[in-house]
Ligand binder design. Structure first.
Ligand code: ADP
Ligand code: MG
Ligand code: MG
Length: 194
């Protein structure tokens, strides 16, 4: 159980694979309650992340997190780009003091909330990041928890982002950013040795 540049890279490559496999699905989720681009945004971002890590192998975890953050910020765009970017920038900062996943994710989640102003229950990626970061800290994160958090966004009224323009009509749809965040957590728990 230790985070290294190598297993971080494995984790991110696995996330990239899931985003690419589910690119159309993520954009479909974003169609009724958004502008239909989330899959394309994320696929563009993870491609840039993989190119960055291949072109320049990071020497330290902090550099790796920074490279990931910069690629996401410059290539994802939309609302989700700066939020994912902030998450990884906060992990970069935190990784100077600790490699503990619970602490890294707590810092990332706090950064997302500060940057986007969303709270749990607002039908955003925070509805995945917050509970799952807590479970990571307790060392007990399982796929069923991830599914529960993602599916939990279906019944919520969106209070932030484009989906909030729909008000009550956003109920009944999964939040696309919650789904893509779910893939990030699934990729994490599937990566051996982290
Ligand atoms: P855009 O809405 O600009 O097209 P994306 O489609 O890539 O951007 O991302 C939409 C996702 O971003 C939403 O599903 C939601 O999870 C997340 N999101 C949007 N606004 C916020 C916010 N203020 N705080 C947290 N997450 C947000
Ligand atoms: Mg969108
Ligand atoms: Mg958009």
């Amino acid at each position: 159980m230790a985070l290294t540049v190598d297993n971080l890279t494995e984790w991110i490559n696995s996330f990239a694979q899931k985003v690419n496999d589910q690119k159309d699905y993520l954009s479909e989720l974003d169609t009724p309650i958004g502008d239909g681009d989330h899959g394309n945004n994320m696929a563009r971002g993870v491609k840039a992340v993989q190119e960055s890590l291949e072109n320049k192998k990071p020497a330290e975890l902090t550099d790796a997190f920074k490279q990931i953050a910069m690629a996401l910020i410059s290539k994802v765009g939309g609302a989700s780009g700066p939020l994912y970017g902030t998450a990884f920038l906060e992990m970069a900062k935190k990784s100077k003091d600790t490699t503990d996943l619970g602490e890294l994710f707590a810092a990332a989640n706090a950064g997302i909330k500060k940057r986007g102003g969303a709270q749990v229950g607002d039908k955003t990626m925070v509805d995945v990041w917050e509970p799952l970061s807590d479970q990571l800290a307790q060392g007990s994160l399982a796929q069923e928890d991830i599914d529960k958090a993602v599916n939990g966004t279906r019944g919520l009224v969106a209070k932030k982002g484009r989906a909030s323009y729909l008000g009550d009509r956003s109920v009944g749809h999964l939040d696309p950013g919650a789904m893509s965040s779910g893939y990030l957590f699934t990729a994490l728990i599937e990566t051996e040795g982290i």
